[in-house]
Design a protein around this ligand. Sequence first.
Ligand code: HEM
Length: 180
Amino acid sequence: MSRSDTFHPFARVLHWLMALMIIAMLFVGAGMVSTVETKHDWLLAIHKPLGITIFVLALIRLGFRLTHPAPPLPADMPLWQKLAGHASHGLLYALMISMPLIGWGMLSAGNYPVTLGGGLLLPPILPTNPVLFAWLREAHRYLAWLFFLTFLLHMGAALMHGLIRRDGVLQSMTGTRMPE
Ligand code: HEM
């Protein structure tokens, strides 16, 4: 394993692709629960396969990240900021994996089919249980808010690095970081 100044191109592609997919998911989810029109079914039909795709990509990304270390952070960065960065990245990984699993589990507990389009149907991962369904439905909602918040903090930190500190951290993910 070697450490370079920028993230591996595969990690960068996954990062930006998943960022777009997650923003779309959060808005599709919020739009879906705020309408009872036919749009609801249409949005849900996007929400399920997109969420499962995020789950699969998150597992691939986690495996890649564990075998390909991130570029080092600037030496003059305060320790609390480094720790906050690591904690928020850990939380983002946890949410990318747990949100789809909770969505899948929620539908299983409610005895709803987890259709992915094109005739694809995922098996239930939990037994039918209305109480568990209600509980997971709430968990999915509160974690979605936490996801929104963590995403915003992550974007704020990226802009702080790119526009204020100008320390190359943002560029290590855009692939434009100059070697020191
Ligand atoms: C990264 C993945 C995911 C994100 C970010 C996400 C986000 C959201 C959001 C923001 C909501 C609206 C929450 C509310 O205010 O009540 C929602 C609802 C929902 N999600 Fe997800 N979700 C994800 C994955 C999944 C998956 C994989 C499934 C199912 C396979 C799923 C099924 C549902 C269902 C059934 C609802 C409620 C729909 C309704 O009550 O009309 N979600 N999701």
